[in-house]
Design a protein around this ligand. Structure first.
Ligand SMILES: [Fe+2]
Length: 389
């Protein structure tokens, strides 16, 4: 088996790493960054954690802070206009998944001929070119976007979250500092944390799994699973925050070199149509989708349960799998993940959109990586099952 692997060229990890941003730029021969972030990072002062060290090092960084949650084609176009109007040699995505994904998509679109729409790069197209390098500084643990060859952008005309994949979306460098997560609200901590657990689990059970991605996934699950409740209970639990951050980046490396699967395939349409945050819509779907795939991927799910510490080392596959689903449901309860109904999504609207959502899920290609590959009707049934929990 020949495995092709991708990862950022340089990764700086650990408490206080963000202060090394100027050195990291210098190592890469870069000096004119455009920092891509969101309005909250600016108003809360968080972005100063990156800008302060840059300014101290004599680097004048411009800021594009119009990123929105679930970044849209329109925001990418606005960002590219700012990019082209200035004299920049790199982008720094600073924030959660949205600013990082925005920076990546800006670099990809800026490399395309004038007038190209970002949807031209939707999978199965390959987005291998970028106009300039992207550095990522995550403030959540997390989407893992700092370590992946993916970006997800919303097509506002079609209400579709598009998966865009290729080397153009792979950051040149990542600066991963768990101290940036200490002030995260509990809800975001939980949602992004379950997202990262989903990345590791889906990479591990994926039809596109390989031994190297497996090792990343195992390490990620070992770090994330026991620490989700700890960061929920105590946002200042330094050891748990550190483990979550490392786990989230390793989970990013896992799915970037394997894939995500049915949870993510079904989650993107929920986000696109109902604006449920990405990690939360994954969490809503995770127990039912795991139960659906269990028989087809039994050995893998069972090993995942053991790695997460949910099942004993000597425990049989059947029992380990059963415990995995029980734990995923318990996790949602403990971390107060709402059902779509409890989130306020109207039943008639949910029901009416299910055929479209199932088609969009299938078109993304992610369900095809699942141990059990569903047909459209099975996806509709899973959405129905998830609605009221
Ligand atoms: Fe995700």
């Amino acid at each position: 088996m020949v495995v092709q692997l991708v990862a950022p060229r340089l990764m700086v990890m650990g408490g206080g790493a963000v202060a090394k941003l100027p050195e990291t730029l210098a190592q890469l021969g870069l000096s004119r960054p455009l920092v891509v972030t969101d309005p909250f990072m600016v108003s809360s002062g968080m972005v100063e954690r990156a800008l302060g060290p840059l300014h101290a090092a004599g680097i004048s960084a411009a800021v594009f802070s119009d990123t929105v949650p679930d970044p849209t084609d329109k925001v990418i176009e606005a960002g590219v206009a700012v990019l082209k109007a200035g004299d920049f040699d790199c982008l720094v995505g600073f924030g959660g998944g949205s600013p990082m994904d925005t920076a990546k998509a800006m670099a990809i679109l800026a490399a395309a001929p004038e007038g190209t729409h970002i949807r031209a790069f939707k999978v199965p197209a390959a987005a291998n070119a970028a106009a300039l390098p992207v550095l990522c500084v995550p403030t959540t643990a997390g989407t893992g976007s700092e370590a992946t060859r993916f970006t997800v952008i919303t097509d506002t005309e079609r209400d579709e979250k598009m998966l865009i994949a290729g080397l153009g979306a792979l950051p040149l460098a990542a600066v991963v500092d768990h101290e940036l997560t200490f002030c995260l609200p509990r809800r975001i901590t939980a949602d992004t944390g379950i997202d990262s657990l989903t990345h590791a689990l889906e990479a591990f059970v994926s039809k596109r799994a390989n031994p190297v991605a497996d090792d990343y996934a195992r390490s990620a699950m070992r770090l994330i699973a026991p620490n989700l409740r700890r960061v929920w209970a105590d946002p200042k639990d330094v050891a748990a925050r550190e483990a979550m951050m490392r786990g989230a980046t390793l989970a990013g490396l896992a799915f970037s070199n394997s894939s995500v699967a049915l949870v993510h395939g079904m989650s993107r349409p929920v986000g696109a149509h109902f604006h449920v945050p990405h990690g939360m819509s994954n969490a809503m779907l995770l127990p039912a989708v795991t139960a659906f795939g269990l028989e087809a991927g039994r050995a893998r799910y069972a090993e995942a349960a053991r790695v997460m510490g949910i099942a004993g080392e000597e425990e049989g596959d059947q029992s380990a799998c059963a415990k995995l689903v029980v734990e995923l449901r318990a996790l949602n309860r403990d971390l107060e993940v709402p059902t779509p109904a409890a989130y306020g999504i109207e039943a008639a609207r949910w029901e009416g959109l299910l055929p479209t959502m199932a088609q969009q899920a299938l078109a993304s290609g992610s369900p095809g990586n699942n141990p059990r590959v569903p047909v459209a009707e099975e996806i509709v049934a899973l959405y129905r099952e998830t609605y009221a929990g």
